[in-house]
Structure formats: C-alpha cells, structure tokens
Design a protein around this ligand. Structure first.
Ligand code: GDP
Length: 197
C-alpha cells in the first residue's frame, strides 16, 4: 500500500472543508517538535511531504494526505506552543473537537510521544479529548534512537502507566525512530490492517 506515492490532498481550517469520509483514515497528533512531520515523511517515503509547523500563531490546518487506493493520513496541528495566542488555541481546539467527535471514517489516532520525555501534562489534554470522543488512540514513541536501550523499558513503563488511566487507549505502544527506521514498518502494517477493516 505504501509503495504507491502518497499525495498531499488539502489543508482544512473548518469542518466544511473536510474531504468526503469515503475511505478509512488515521490521524497523527503530537506536541510540536515531537517528530510528527518526520514520521509521516518516513512512513510515506517522501522526504518533504509533511512539513513542521514550527511557527506559533500560524494558521493551524488539518492536513490530509492520500495514499492511492488506501487511507487518508491526517496530520493534526502540533500542540503545546508556549506562546500561541489564546484565540488561535481556542479556534484550533474547536476544530479538533468537531473533527474527532464527528468523523465516521477515522479508524485510529496515533499520539506521538517523545521517547525521551514520556507523556507530559500538555499531552493529557488531547488524550482526554480522545477519550471523550471515543476515538481509539495508540501511543507512538518517537526519537527512540536518542534513548539508550537500557532506558527504553523504563520509558515504556511510564507511558503504559499513564495510558492505563485512559479508556480509549490501545494497549500496544509502538517504538519508532525516523532516524534508524525502527518501528516504521510496524506502523505501516498497523495502518494497512486498519484500512482493510
Ligand atoms: P514536528 O513539529 O512534530 O513535525 O517535528 P519535526 O518532524 O519537524 O521534528 C522535530 C525535530 O526532531 C527535527 O529537528 C527532526 O530532525 C528531529 N527528529 C524527528 N524525528 C527524529 C528521530 O526519530 N530521531 C532523531 N534523532 N531526531 C528526530
């Protein structure tokens, strides 16, 4: 499925801009700088498909990528900017809430967590929103290459502990590195399976 070239479809700023929910989709969420763009690029094998949105206050879009004859990959705006204007945060939260609670074709949300830092307070808000929206989410640890093998198990324990409080959490955690390729094929397989359901 990932052998076909993924294309950027559109950036959406309001619910009426969403493409028709006529195929399965999975979405990606995470604190800004967690490695979300890099991971989407690694999954699709395209170096500059998704771009980091590292400017607080910049228009926050939900970006849709289309795998030919496959699912949509949906890139949610990064959260946790220290200086984002309140109005921007408010508008983004409303769009995100509407999207998560109303999207029939959404099979799973992948919540990206930096393997060095684990689940932070800033992540809890989206986890709670996913619970309320009854969207199953799966934690994907990023930048595993930056964590010593001996410390990985400890971090997995921390994340497992935090996830146990969330009814919408999927138990399996995926450890990835876009640098070494660790976990990328595993994640592709999970997405392919979800799209076939
Ligand atoms: P985004 O804001 O979540 O889209 O984050 P980016 O994808 O732009 O990544 C933020 C920074 O982390 C960039 O400097 C990336 O090169 C770096 N990065 C992303 N993934 C990895 C990874 O797996 N390993 C390492 N070592 N660095 C990574």
């Amino acid at each position: 499925m990932f052998a076909r070239e993924t294309q950027f479809l559109k950036g959406v700023v309001a619910m009426d801009g969403l493409p028709a929910a006529d195929r399965p989709e999975v979405c990606f969420a995470g604190r800004s700088n967690v490695g979300k763009s890099t991971l989407i690029n690694a999954l699709t094998g395209r170096r500059a498909l998704a771009r980091a949105s590292n400017t607080p206050g910049r228009t926050q879009e939900i970006n849709f990528f289309e795998i030919p004859d496959g699912p949509y990959l949906v890139d949610l705006p990064g959260y946790g900017f220290a200086n984002a204007p309140v109005a921007v945060v408010g508008a983004w939260q409303r769009l995100l809430k509407s999207y998560l609670s109303g999207r029939q074709s959404l099979r799973r949300a992948f919540v990206l967590i930096d393997a060095r830092h684990g689940v932070k307070a800033v992540d809890e808000e989206i986890l709670a929103l996913l619970d309320r929206s009854a969207v199953t989410f799966q934690a994907v640890l990023t930048k595993a290459d930056k964590v010593k093998a001996s410390e990985r198990e400890k971090m997995l324990q921390q994340v497992r502990g935090k996830l146990s409080a969330h009814p919408a959490a999927y138990p399996e955690i995926v450890l990835t590195s876009s640098e070494t390729g660790l976990g990328i094929d595993t994640l592709r397989g999970i997405i392919a399976d979800l799209s076939a359901e």
